[in-house]
Design a protein around this ligand. Sequence first.
Ligand code: MSP
Length: 651
Amino acid sequence: MKPDSYYITTPIYYVNDRPHIGHAYTTVLADVLARCQRLFGHDTWFLTGTDEHGQKVQEAAAKLGIDPQLHADNTVVRFQEAWKRLGIRNDDFIRTTQPRHKAIVQEILQDLYDRGEVYRDEYDGWYCVPCERFFTEKDLVNGNCPDCGRPVQRVREANYFFKMSQYQDWLVEYIQSHPGFIQPDFRRNETLGFLRKPLQDLCISRPKSRLSWGIELPFDKDYVTYVWFDALVNYISAIGYRRDDAAFARWWPAIHLIGKDILTTHTVYWPCMLKAMGLPMPRTVFAHGWWMMGSAKMSKSLGNVVNPMDLMERYGVDPFRYFLMAEMVLGQDASFTEEAFIRRYNADLANDLGNLLNRVVSMVGKYCGGRLPAPQAGAFVAGPAAELFKQVAEAAAGLKASVEHFTLSAGIAQVIEAVRATNRFLETQQPWTQARAADPGPLHTTLYAAAESLRVCAGLLMPLMPGKMAELRAALGMENAMTVNPEELTKSEVLNPGVPVAAPGALFPRIEAPVPEAGEKPAPAAEAKAEKKAPPPGTIGNPEGIITYDDFAKVQLRTAKIMSAEAIEGAVKLLKLSVLMGEERRQIVAGIALYYKPEELIGKTVVVVSNLAPIKLRGVESQGMLLAASKGERLRLVTVDGDLSSGAVVK
Ligand code: MSP
């Protein structure tokens, strides 16, 4: 891969699923990252597609009494149409039933077989039909599948195995010496944890007598290929592996975006397969968190019972894309509610961005006859306009860094902060007062500088909201409003004075929160408003420090069990903890070493702020914060009264 080229992939989705928030999220994320890379001038390729073989497709087709290929052809359009509606601009869409893919899988298998990397053996063990995976006796949990919890079948049959076990030591060493390979860091630790157990060889075949819907093994026509071995190959078959060396060299290795549930296949099976093929490892495998909509969090009275895809229809595709990207701290779980959507939409898009455009357009209309005024000479060299533009240019650098480091929500927040700074700039410059002065120069500079800032912010947000941001830039009189030139993001005085400035209407009309039905408890946002009017006792006339329910609701608190604790060299007050929050393992650095010995902490169920952006303390990453009460010399951790499994929501 050339240093400035960028190949990004999503998982390929099971073709018979209906597209849901999980699929939509990864695909929008890949689309936004790809659009950002293009914006920064990099050669970019974005691949998505569908996983079309395996038991589930065979069974679904059998139920309908149709051929599995026909079933896949019928259902793949759901994804293709959903991606069109979501504004996804992928460069390719691979289907694992396409000849271009099947041929490559077979060639790879034949090559591995010829070189003794694949061998035949008798298999005797447990098989989970829905997961299509084999397990040893030790893997089972209460006799059931460790992944889905369903009953498993005893299977004794001849199969083909890939000698994955021989790569265990190499893989551990590779992961340890390439910190960027598996991201975020706590997922790398999860894979290394998995690799502490002996790695088994991978069964890569299924006898046709049990499953016929798959790619036939080239060296034994009685077997088809295990669906994961087939599916993972899509990442290279799509870009010309063994067919088009130039294309392959241009793009490989990839950045794979995946959900946290498919970490092992992508960070253990896939690297071993690539190693056996003699290919370089993926540049990064980034595992994002899950969108939570557990029934506990859905309640009619909160007005958050919602199908996320409906939300897109109701409020528009661009705000929906913006919400997904701005709300989820990459790597961590996030909660999806209509209320959270409306809150963020109103705060960032209606109040900050949309309002700024309104103000600029209406003042240019009122004071300058609807044409963009020219700034004073030197205004962008020193003074308030130059200061503002500096912050805007820093936001451009911040967004770029956030794309590279997978901290997108932080980059987006920096752009919105630049929008807010522009609104504040208008407050301090007071163009309405400047308009009364004899010299129009300062007024013109103020309005031009605000428009310039908007231009850059809209350019930076273009990958997230291509339609709306093109509208915004067109309102500023830009020709080719849809095309952002990378250089214009850090350059000032790009807008042409004299161009007409006019908005076709409100870009982001404010959404009024859904009104609760009669007899229902008001939504928390409404309660917060009521509380705002009457400050609690003790704060009469001094509401400082009071937060609204909305502010509080941004903090996610969850229970976590402390699994290990250790001192950090050179930091007397800090302990490094490994905690389990539901299924998720996190590393937390806590300033409690003066109050607790590491061994006293193991097994305690504590309360963690789970949606804090990760930070580094003394060079060690902390992915959350423990709650503790302290007074004078004493500090005690907040724990849970009685038995409760980890990962529970604290509210
Ligand atoms: N076909 C395999 C992937 C093969 S890739 C070589 C597969 N498909 S899937 O359709 O079941 O899932 C695709 C992705 O959706 C996974 O990355 C999964 O993590 C993601 N999500 C499913 N539900 C999700 C949420 N609720 N939230 C975020 N993403 C989740 O696995």
